[in-house]
Design a protein around this ligand. Sequence first.
Ligand SMILES: Nc1ncnc2c1ncn2[C@@H]1O[C@H](COP(=O)(O)OP(=O)(O)OP(=O)(O)O)[C@@H](O)[C@H]1O
Ligand SMILES: [Mg+2]
Length: 289
Amino acid sequence: MTMVTATPPAGIANAGTSDNRNVLLSVRDVRKVYGSREAVTRALDDVSFDISEGEFVGVMGPSGSGKSTLLNCISTIDTVTSGNIILSGLDITQLRSRQLSKFRRDDLGFIFQDANLLDTLTGFENIALALTIKGEKADAVRAKVDSTANMLGVTDVLQKYPRQMSGGQRQRVAAARAIVADPKLVLADEPTGALDSRNAAVLLETLEVLNAKLHATIMMVTHDAVAASYADRILFIKDGKLFNELRRGDDARTDFYQRILEVQAFLSGKQGDSPAVGFAPSHAVKPRN
Ligand SMILES: Nc1ncnc2c1ncn2[C@@H]1O[C@H](COP(=O)(O)OP(=O)(O)OP(=O)(O)O)[C@@H](O)[C@H]1O
Ligand SMILES: [Mg+2]
């Protein structure tokens, strides 16, 4: 198993961690190539960054830029072509299948766009699954499911099946399921993609609470600048490369949102530009609309 020291990736100004928190996740020189000679896609091309414990990181970039691929490699749903991904000192690209299942079960929480609840299980059973698989006692399972459901406002639907819930309720049950076992890292791929703006706001506020109160480390892919503005930091990916990053710092969410829009506009409007890490978008572009 390879141990890799977490150092800021070369060429990315101020990337890595800006504070004194411990590095939780370290992505090092990750490449992912799909296909064979005739049709090769470099979905990830030498991507390196760190995420600290307790950070809420957004991942943005045009369609096809490699965002889901990145999340899938971190979640070990997919394998990297080369490079290393270290979570709490463990190189997860080197895990064998038994260690992989343990890693997915114990260390990760997932929230997908379509919620992905099991149709034949109630809300309670869906949330409880991660705990029962781990062999937790029934009393402990009930207590944890109840408190998580309460926090996410889904106590009322615990006895319902997914088809009997609204989209927002399903999404919040999925969020409860993702965090009930206290994972090290919560991965979310377009978690608000299927929600109306009110339910999206509820889910984002939920993630904010998870992050602020329970110190969950969150990595969220989104194309939505409003959703992204809830994060502490945004990584922008273009053509499989880390293109830029924004930190919220002390900005109000609305100000951060404006900065995100500017980079988004730059990314979509100026195809073919070389990576402009650390560029000042306010001098370069105007926000869309
Ligand atoms: N299984 C696969 N086989 C071949 N190519 C793939 C595969 N999965 C993804 N790709 C390609 O890799 C690139 C990155 O895809 P990815 O799904 O990571 O993009 P994305 O940034 O998540 O896009 P979107 O915003 O549309 O979800 C794309 O060009 C895509 O066509
Ligand atoms: Mg995607």
